[in-house]
Write a protein that binds this ligand. Structure first.
Ligand SMILES: Cc1cc2nc3c(=O)[nH]c(=O)nc-3n(C[C@H](O)[C@H](O)[C@H](O)COP(=O)(O)O)c2cc1C
Length: 397
């Protein structure tokens, strides 16, 4: 891995090693991918402030999220079908996160089940919940997570219906992969991937298969989601989950000030400012554009986490400067997983941490808690002064 020096290198290698249908599934955004691109371009546009002659010899990336210490302001995001990038992908990613001292989040739509990850790591992890129509099944997922010693539930609220990814349809994405001529030729050129999948514990949706009919073979993820995900999901369901779930509750997929305020009112311990990595509402704002507004709206009592477009340590710095407590990473670690399995996830984490450490040095900070708008050129964006109520115009007599 000597020549792997940045996340983009991991992406290039993953693209060679992972079958096209699964690489495209991870890499793509919904529809015209406007929001996917905005997540990156808006981050890149934020200029950092170079500072010199500050003693930065005591740099430390450790921080706290919801009162718990973590080794760096990084969390592995929930990724559906993570285990199709590499066999046992969820277990391997969770192990890499454990070794780095940061949380791993298991998706409801994972290949490895809650129990597989608990057994394969022996350490607590976070679990992401999608609420499907059958509420009893959602309840059973929460009970299974509790039994597996999951302490943090991440409730994703931005996927009541599925944003379309054109490539998934064109590639005929099925789980497990369908052996059509086109796919067989592609897979035949990826023997290391095939071997890892064949050796892997699970080859379909581990949390759901055997519990929900029709999940042994999913010939259309979009169709299944459409049938099973509940468009009627609303804030009352959040209230129900808050009552049922005794641990920490994180609400993921917030991009709006009013929604953020509601999430806090409902008792969320943290929220994730996120547009699902540009995979849902195409044409909505980038996550980074909305972050300072959400932070501003809910004040400092609830941790605000961030995701969307993080590909470097400088990006993490930008999000922290705008008020995020920590960043979730999706594709950055998924590329590492597809490229080299557990070692690739560890490499992705290492790259981001080293880049963040150097960025801290060159902006003159030693501690995560010291990062704020002062590390940005021009400081943090100015708060808009509240508009003064206008005096009523008196009607002329
Ligand atoms: C391949 C893929 C699958 C995803 N699956 C889920 C999921 O099952 N649950 C969820 O809450 N978010 C899911 N997400 C969204 C991520 O958790 C995260 O919000 C997003 O990847 C952040 O953007 P980034 O990839 O640019 O870092 C997925 C993202 C990708 C790329």
């Amino acid at each position: 891995m000597k020549n792997v020096t940045c996340i983009d290198d991991l992406r290039t290698i993953a693209r060679r090693r992972v079958p096209k249908a699964f690489f495209d599934y991870a890499d793509s955004g919904s529809y015209g991918e406007y929001t996917l691109r905005a997540n990156r371009s808006d981050l890149e546009a934020i200029k950092l402030r170079q500072r010199v002659l500050v003693d930065v010899s005591e740099r430390n990336l450790a921080t706290t999220v919801m009162g718990k210490k973590i080794a760096a302001p990084l969390i592995l995001a929930p990724i559906g079908l993570c285990g199709m990038q590499h066999g046992d992908g969820e277990i391997l990613s969770a192990r890499a996160a454990n070794e780095a001292g940061i949380p791993f989040t298991l998706s409801t739509m994972s290949v490895g089940s809650i129990e597989d990850v608990a057994e394969g790591t022996g350490k607590p992890f976070w679990f992401q919940l999608y609420v499907i129509r059958d509420r009893e099944f959602s309840k059973s997922l929460m009970s299974r997570a509790l039994a597996a010693k999951v302490d943090t539930l991440v409730l994703t609220v931005d996927l009541q219906v599925l944003g379309q990814r054109h490539k998934d349809i064109k590639n005929g994405l099925t789980v497990p992969p369908e052996f059509r001529i086109k796919n067989v030729i592609d897979i035949a050129t990826k023997p290391a991937w095939l071997w890892s999948i064949l050796k892997g514990k699970s080859k379909t949706f581990g949390n759901i298969s055997g519990h929900v009919p029709g999940m042994e073979y999913v010939n259309s993820l979009a169709k299944w989601t459409q049938d099973q995900f509940d468009p009627a999901l609303n804030w009352k369901d959040v209230e129900w989950i808050r009552k049922y779930w005794p641990g920490k509750l994180v609400i993921k997929g917030i991009l709006d000030i009013d929604d953020a305020k509601n999430a806090v009112k409902m008792g969320a311990d943290a929220i994730v400012v996120s547009n699902h990595g540009g995979r849902q509402l195409d044409g909505t704002s980038s996550s980074i554009a909305m972050l300072p507004r959400v932070v501003d709206a809910i004040g400092g009592d609830t941790d605000v986490l961030f995701d969307g477009g993080i590909r470097s340590g400088a990006d993490i710095m930008r999000a922290l400067a705008l008020g995020a407590k920590a960043c979730l990473i999706g594709r950055s670690y998924i590329y590492g997983l597809g490229a080299f399995g557990q070692a690739g996830v560890a490499k992705a984490i290492d790259i981001l941490e080293k880049e963040l450490s150097v960025t801290m040095a060159l902006t003159g900070v030693n501690r995560i808690a010291d990062i704020d708008g002062r590390v940005l050129e021009g400081g943090a964006p100015k708060k808009k002064a509240a508009a003064k109520p206008k005096a009523p115009v008196k009607a002329k007599a």
